[in-house]
Design a protein around this ligand. Structure first.
Ligand code: ATP
Ligand code: MG
Length: 395
């Protein structure tokens, strides 16, 4: 029924001289996505849109995949006609409406665009003829040129194509147009969503997970890998750094007041993450924090956590309520995995009454109790970093 898709993009189109960089990235990304599914696809740029010709493909699967390409705002299924003859085009318009709209009670308008100027029939004539033929065939329909419910687009190029529906794409900016960043990925609900949101602005991701064996299990680690795999459907392949954090946590536990444990631990997470980011040309850190959600995310706690590192930290969920985040994670399909009840390194060493209003000077003073040994543990943690490439297998 449909032989092609027209992909619409918005922001990508307004980038002045850089426009071609964004368009080329978009074309490349669409190709990469379609390589994952079966079918023959030819992807090209035409006039501010991407055109995908398809053969031997599955419609639903292809639409699902195109919905995962950042930068695509709308996906229009297109019928490509095998004849350019005026009468055939008019007939095809009638058929198109017949097949796509079982309920004919709607207003419509035909909009012809004649990009191929050598085509002998003016677009107004085509609009009028196709419109009239549709009205004749389906008397329940009516024409509304100002605010039609259905716009039937006829485009005349080397061939003629027709489309009327736009399926919503995920929007954002094409991947690869805005560098890479490091996502602090826990097994929770928030961080996968945070990674998705930043990546949607064209940023490729790597991730770090702080693991605390034997206090946390292999299953907890597997859960994080599963989450990384799920978001990689949008974000592309992710290098997941798995850092063994146990000894650092135990040492902090031994030396520092227990109510400050979470904050100090989080400061070490940020420091290690910064180190990994700098070693790998990653331009910032991303966390799933949101103001006030838990003790470690009050303004004062965030003030202390943020102070530990010297690299931009992006917290895209900062103003979100938990329910908003849950809704997003359900949409992404990460929610079911996130709520699996495996232990997390933060919950194992957590104090009964963590400070909610930590004072930076006091925290810093507590940290001085950690002597050179912490530097050694830091070094070992980095040296034993296990890196797994996730989301590359389908490519
Ligand atoms: P999430 O649902 O993302 O786990 P949370 O509500 O449990 O978040 P915290 O435990 O305070 O909140 O963690 C805040 C942020 O710190 C997380 O969103 C994540 O970015 C990062 N983080 C926490 N624990 C880990 C971990 N074990 N490994 C990597 N990052 C972590
Ligand atoms: Mg968590």
């Amino acid at each position: 029924m449909f032989q092609a898709f027209l992909l619409k993009y918005a922001e990508v189109g307004v980038k002045g001289k850089n426009r071609y960089v964004f368009e080329d990235a978009l074309v490349r990304n669409v190709k990469k996505h379609l390589e994952k599914i079966s079918g023959e696809f030819d992807v090209s740029k035409i006039n501010g849109r991407v055109f995908v010709q398809c053969a031997n493909y599955d419609y639903e699967e292809t639409v699902e995949e195109l919905k995962k390409v950042f930068g695509v705002v709308g996906i229009c299924p297109v019928r490509v006609l095998d004849s350019m003859d005026h009468d055939d085009v008019v007939k095809a318009a009638v058929e198109f409406i017949g097949e796509n709209y079982p309920d004919k009670n709607f207003s419509f308008k035909v909009e012809t665009r004649r990009a191929n100027k050598s085509y002998p029939i003016p677009s107004m004539t085509m609009d009028a003829d196709a419109g009239e033929a549709i009205l004749m065939a389906y008397p329940e329909t009516h024409v509304d040129v100002h605010n039609p419910e259905v716009r039937l687009h006829i485009e005349v190029r080397e061939t003629v194509f027709m489309y009327s529906k736009t399926i919503k794409g995920c929007g954002g900016m094409p991947l690869g147009t805005n560098g890479r960043a490091l996502l602090l990925l826990s097994g929770g609900i928030d961080s996968p969503v945070a990674g998705y949101m930043v990546s949607r602005r064209g940023v490729e991701l790597d991730a770090v997970y702080f693991n605390a064996p034997p206090y946390t299990s292999e299953r907890a680690k597997q859960k994080v890998m599963d989450l990384a795999r799920q978001i990689s459907k949008w974000t592309g392949p992710i290098h997941l750094h798995i850092i063994n954090f146990t000894d650092i946590q135990l040492y902090i536990y031994e030396k520092c007041p227990h109510d400050e444990l979470t904050i100090i631990m989080r400061r070490y997470m940020m420091r290690i993450a910064e180190h990994i980011a700098r070693q790998n040309d990653l331009l910032g850190l991303i966390t799933g924090e949101s103001i006030g959600q838990v003790a470690s995310q009050t303004m004062k706690s965030l003030f202390c956590t943020d102070e530990a590192c010297n690299i931009p930290v992006y917290r895209p969920l900062i103003g979100f309520d938990k329910q908003d985040i849950i809704d997003l994670s359900e949409k992404l399909g990460t929610y079911e995995t996130s709520i699996l009840p495996y232990e997390d390194c933060c919950t194992i060493f957590v104090a009964k009454h963590p400070v909610t209003k930590p004072n930076l000077n006091i925290i810093k003073k507590s940290e001085t109790k950690l002597d050179e040994k912490i530097d050694e543990l830091f070094k070992t943690a980095i040296e034993t970093d296990e890196v797994v490439l996730i989301g590359n297998e389908e490519r």
